[in-house]
Design a protein around this ligand. Structure first.
Ligand SMILES: [Fe+2]
Length: 280
């Protein structure tokens, strides 16, 4: 296994591994260490199938089950396991997407931060890539926190924030209808259980309110924090190649997606390692 750090605020490219073979515990431990060290681990030229990806995911930790909107119909051909989902804009014969979050831009977010135990790792394998756009961006939330002014840090240090998700991709959830959507209070700054480092844990897509403040008061504090965190100096943007398999540390980074055109096929196979409740 050869690890080459990217010339970027995060990330490393790792070669010499073929995930058609499930890693043993020693190798899985090495891979977890690399992810924790670089936040995003890029394994190019992987040719494994869904079953092998699921076995790989399980080697890294407990597999998170796929979560879908209530009205979403899982296409019969897409998967035979709730541990694998497809992020896909490809339509079936009825014009329905053959995967989750199919289209276009998506704001920065932490996966499943609206649940009590957000995902530990998310991983995607690129199966079809649009001619332009559909890049994934990751933001280094250690650096985002460390570089915040002391005044700005003080506004959220020790506080909790409400994260909500209702399947919009570039707008806040409908906050008048909170009873019917999943939500959770999370520490604004978390201590990473493996690295011991502090990371900012709020994001533009899902974080809506600070404890003790109205939504408007919260936005006045949070919007400048999102603007700070999403500066290019903390962000790595990845242009996908088919066969890229990328794993990220969901407690240490947020991720987002750039625009791409409807009809420009994009399909990624996703799996996740579930996490634990967070430590402030
Ligand atoms: Fe996501």
């Amino acid at each position: 296994m050869k690890v080459t750090p990217l010339d970027a605020p995060l990330g490393a490219r790792i070669t010499g591994l073929d995930f058609r073979d499930t890693p043993d515990e020693a190798l899985a431990a090495e891979i977890r260490t690399v992810i924790h060290e670089h936040q995003v681990a890029i394994f190019p030229n992987q040719t494994f199938n869904a079953k092998q990806q699921l076995a790989f995911t399980l080697a890294l930790g407990p597999v998170r089950k796929r979560k879908l909107p209530d009205d979403y119909v899982v296409p019969a051909s897409s998967s035979d396991t709730p541990g694998i989902a497809y992020v896909s804009n490809i339509r079936d014969a009825n014009g329905e997407p053959t995967g989750v979050i199919p289209d276009g831009e998506m704001w920065f977010h932490h996966d499943t931060c609206y649940t009590d135990a957000p995902d530990k790792f998310t991983m995607l394998c690129a199966l079809a890539i649009p001619k332009t756009g559909g890049n994934t961006m990751w933001c280094n939330m250690y650096q985002a926190w460390e570089t915040m002014s002391e005044d700005l840090k003080q506004t959220i240090r020790g506080k909790k924030a409400l994260s909500v998700y209702d399947y919009a991709t570039i707008e806040k959830p409908d906050l008048d209808n909170l009873e019917n959507i999943e939500k959770a209070w999370q520490p604004c700054v978390v201590t990473h259980p493996q690295t011991g480092r502090e990371a900012l844990f709020v994001n533009r897509l899902m974080t809506c309110q600070l404890e003790g403040l109205t939504i408007a008061e919260s936005a006045a504090i949070l919007d400048p924090i999102f603007d700070h965190a999403e500066q290019r100096q903390f962000v790595y943007e990845h242009e996908w190649t088919i066969g890229d398999f990328i794993i990220w540390d969901n407690l240490a980074v947020t991720h987002a997606r750039t625009h791409f055109e409807l009809g420009d096929d994009r399909r990624l196979r996703r799996s996740k390692v579930s996490g634990d409740s967070l430590v402030a």
